[in-house]
Design a protein around this ligand. Structure first.
Ligand code: ZN
Length: 306
């Protein structure tokens, strides 16, 4: 079985305005680089039942967002979360990609899957768009695993340099989902201190200072690995942001591209036994094009090897 890449070109029409760091080039460079890799198989997202969006988010929020997509021009959902006419399809396809990815792993069509999509998702809360995120793609994916496949232990590993306040918010009182985040702290969005633990000790935050380098990061990551091992997830979802890279313009971690191979590899080594190799990864942040290209390739190399 091959590693799958699930995406479609509607991300090109999600316009965020000139000079916005979350732009279409980010996904284009990842896709054009991965197209060269013959070990990957490609697929487009299928349509999905919109009820799953309304499990992760408040139905009122979903209705409000759906009414906000402009007929022309741009609309600001918050100060930096901007949508255009094409965002409606792009946001829906981002969610559809993770749902299709999960189905294809269960059907054994792909051994694991990466979804290079935009808009990203991990800052979107139950009732709020935030930080370039409209729908919380990974949270919809996790709820889909609980509802459709009746799983009771899903781990979300978020190595984006920002704390995934949205994902934490959605699962704060859900003992079936373990949310783990490593992130620069204090930093945007302000949440993610280590005393935010969730109602069932199901939130595990590892805040790290600006300037954190590869060695310091991977040492801290040992705590993540211990937590995953103890939880024994039936399915692993990666919130794969690559903005912890040293060349990223938005944050101040100093990871190198190859660290994303190690992070992925080590995570899978401790989770494969309980998850039976079931893993889906979805793109979050990452704003330096070359760093995104290299880091996502490293992440994929570990998925392909697994
Ligand atoms: Zn980020």
């Amino acid at each position: 079985m091959k590693t799958g890449i699930i995406t479609t070109d509607s991300y090109l029409d999600h316009e965020t305005g000139q000079g916005h760091p979350e732009r279409a080039d980010r996904v284009s460079i990842i896709i054009s680089n991965l197209k060269k890799n013959k070990k990957l198989a490609w697929k487009k997202p299928a349509n999905f039942d919109p009820k799953y969006l309304k499990i992760a988010h408040n139905p009122k929020y979903i209705n409000q967002v759906e009414k906000s997509f402009p007929k022309k021009g741009l609309f600001f959902l918050d100060g930096d979360t901007i949508i255009s006419p094409g965002s409606k399809r792009a946001a829906s396809d981002a969610v559809g990609s993770i749902i299709t990815a999960i189905d294809s792993v269960f059907k054994k069509e792909f051994k694991n899957v990466f979804c290079p999509v935009r808009p990203p998702g991990h800052h979107a809360e139950k009732n709020k768009a935030m930080g370039f995120c409209v729908y919380n793609n990974v949270a919809v994916g996790a709820h889909y695993l609980l509802e459709k496949y009746k799983l009771s232990k899903v781990a979300i590993i978020d190595f984006d340099v920002h704390h995934g306040n949205g994902t934490q918010n959605i699962f704060y009182e859900n003992e079936k989902v373990l949310y783990i985040s490593t992130h620069q702290y204090p930093f945007y969005p302000g949440t993610g201190s280590d005393n935010e633990k969730g109602k069932y000790n199901n939130i595990f935050n590892i805040p790290l200072p600006a300037g954190t380098n590869s060695e310091e990061y991977l040492n801290a990551y040992e705590h993540v690995l211990k937590k995953i091992k103890k939880f024994k997830p039936e399915f692993v979802l990666f919130s794969a942001g690559f903005d912890a890279h040293e060349d990223d313009p938005l944050a101040q971690f100093k990871l190198k591209s190859k660290d994303f191979y190690d992070i992925t590899k080590r995570t899978l080594e401790v989770s494969n036994k309980s998850s039976d190799y079931k893993v889906v990864s979805i793109l979050e942040g990452g704003y330096n094009l070359n760093a995104l290209k290299e880091s996502s390739e490293m992440h994929l190399n570990a998925l392909i090897e697994n």
